[in-house]
Design a protein around this ligand. Sequence first.
Ligand code: PRP
Ligand code: URA
Length: 209
Amino acid sequence: MGQVYVLNHPLIQHKLTFIRDKNTGTKEFRALVQEVAMLMAYEITRDLPLVEVETETPVALAKTKVIEGKTLALVPVLRAGLGMVDGILTLIPNAKVGHVGLYRDPDTLEPVEYYCKLPLHIEERDVIVVDPMLATGGSAAAAITAVKDRGATAVKLMCLVAAPVGIDKVQEEHPDVDIYVAAVDEGLNHHGYIVPGLGDAGDRLFGTR
Ligand code: PRP
Ligand code: URA
């Protein structure tokens, strides 16, 4: 079974408080989501494999380390996942970026795929699917299925806020996928929103409603 990591670094928790605040406007919300995504990227990349190389410093030849293999692929779930990409790229500027487009049918809450474009050689890359919200888990599970169907084998999921039911759904459908979140909330309301959550992440990021 995949692990669930709650990233409770004080900076992440502090910033998340202001992300949740309904009085935080679009500009600040966007900036905070990027900052938290960057901090989460630091944690999620902790286990990347290293390989030894030789580097000539101005003084001597040194045995040093670089990350092994092909660069990571980030796969934001459109739209709201886009809000986390630049923050992660601040730390991992060489990462490739794919996109999976999904929306929740407002009546059934089921995800509907409308777009999928992934980096080449996805099967050789560590893939991080990113979406701020893990509510019913339908969107994340479908996004992970979409990348696996196209060959990805090493997938992690990064979200800001999760509901327990969403975690259960992803673990059930994708037991090989580790989940990284900044918080696990109480549950969902009858509109499928996370409680207390932070509202509609896409609308708050892009100033729509
Ligand atoms: C939100 C969010 C997730 C999904 C989570 O997207 O960004 O993708 O809902 O809900 P689930 O776990 O119940 O599937 P939404 O469908 O509102 O689209 P948007 O990103 O375009 O706003
Ligand atoms: N999608 C959101 O944007 N927010 C929620 O609380 C649940 C799904």
